[in-house]
Design a binder for this molecule. Structure first.
Ligand SMILES: Nc1ncnc2c1ncn2[C@@H]1O[C@H](COP(=O)(O)OP(=O)(O)OP(=O)(O)O)[C@@H](O)[C@H]1O
Ligand SMILES: [Mg+2]
Length: 309
């Protein structure tokens, strides 16, 4: 897969001298869904705003589909649809006109059927003639997506697109995003719903304090760090861990009444059978067993904590 966005040595500091982005290097592949994760203030919106030409970088270069984003600004901006984090719409315009206008601004010929199709997929078609001030917050956010799609961009940036959107409609939105990917649109999204990135993204980037801490295929990230934990609760606590259990590196919790065994679920031998058999030989009586899978969220929190320690 070729790269549609190539970012090299990108840094940004504001007039107060604060370094918001430091030496970011990132390539986004043509046709992928890339999720950018990171805590509040990490620099996600700043990075997106720079690529879209809204904020000026202090240094670094960006190529969009082989063109320089400053020299060939119009050309590169034309390829991009942006759904900004902040809702910014003219409240007296109708939904339809908002999208039509945006399409016109990019110099595309009028195509109401196309816009109606987008509105339909975003469950907004019955609001096509409503003024934006008559819509709920979640509806406005979906109008922002419809507007960003109106000029048929090749690259779509979604900055927290599902904030304030209910579960049902969020699913609609993701179906639309997957359909766009099917059509070859590259999607870069930020989200605080990590399960969303886990479900949707091909690759994940974690940004922390303006630095890109990690970029990895989601699957390999989950495989590499995708550990499982077996939680063993005992009927009665033990004062000392029996010697036969020592090789399992158990974490002991709840004053000796819970053991935690971490294993790699992809390994040929997880060691669970042996552990349970050794446990049984000790005569300890079990109360409950539970397993827990590491999620991207666990990995992410762990990483941020390490960054800050
Ligand atoms: N115009 C500005 N002037 C000065 N500092 C700014 C400006 N815009 C953003 N910042 C700072 O840049 C940093 C990164 O902000 P940014 O909006 O990129 O974070 P984010 O990762 O998108 O956070 P969130 O998850 O809250 O949306 C913050 O410390 C913010 O205060
Ligand atoms: Mg942001």
């Amino acid at each position: 897969m070729s790269d549609i966005i190539c970012i090299e040595g990108l840094s940004k500091s504001y007039a107060d001298g604060a370094n918001v982005l430091s030496d970011v290097n990132l390539n986004v592949k043509d046709g992928e869904i890339f999720a950018l994760l990171g805590p509040n203030g990490a620099g996600k919106t700043t990075l997106i705003s720079i690529i879209c030409g809204i904020v000026r970088a202090s240094s670094g270069t960006i190529m969009v589909d082989g063109h320089d984003y400053v020299k060939d600004y119009r050309w590169t901006r034309d390829l991009i649809g942006l759904v900004p984090q902040e809702i910014a719409l003219d409240s007296f315009e109708t939904v339809m006109r908002t999208c039509r206008l945006s399409r016109g601004l990019f110099g595309r010929r009028k195509d109401d059927a196309l816009i109606e199709d987008i509105l339909d997929k975003l469950s907004l078609i019955d609001k096509r003639d409503s003024q934006l001030r008559e819509l709920s917050g979640g509806m406005k956010r979906r109008v922002m997506i419809a507007k960003a799609l109106s000029h048929e961009p090749k690259i779509l940036f979604l900055d927290e697109p599902t904030a304030g959107v209910d579960v049902e409609l969020r699913k609609d939105m993701w179906r639309l995003v997957l359909a766009l990917k099917e059509r070859g649109v590259t999607i870069i999204l930020t989200t605080h719903y990590i399960e969303e990135a886990e479900a949707m993204a091909d690759r994940v980037g974690v940004i922390s304090k303006g630095k890109l801490a990690l970029v990895e295929e989601k699957e390999s990230l989950l495989r590499r760090l995708g550990k499982k934990t077996l939680r063993i609760e005992l009927q009665k606590p033990v004062a000392v861990l029996p010697t036969v259990l020592e090789p399992f590196n158990l974490d002991v919790e709840d004053n000796g009444s819970t053991f935690l065994y971490t294993y790699d679920k992809n390994a040929n031998r997880t060691g669970i059978t042996k552990l349970l058999s050794e446990l049984s030989s000790t005569g300890l009586i079990l109360k409950d067993l539970q397993t827990q899978q590491t999620s991207l969220e666990d990995i992410f929190i762990d990483m941020i904590q390490k960054e800050n320690s």
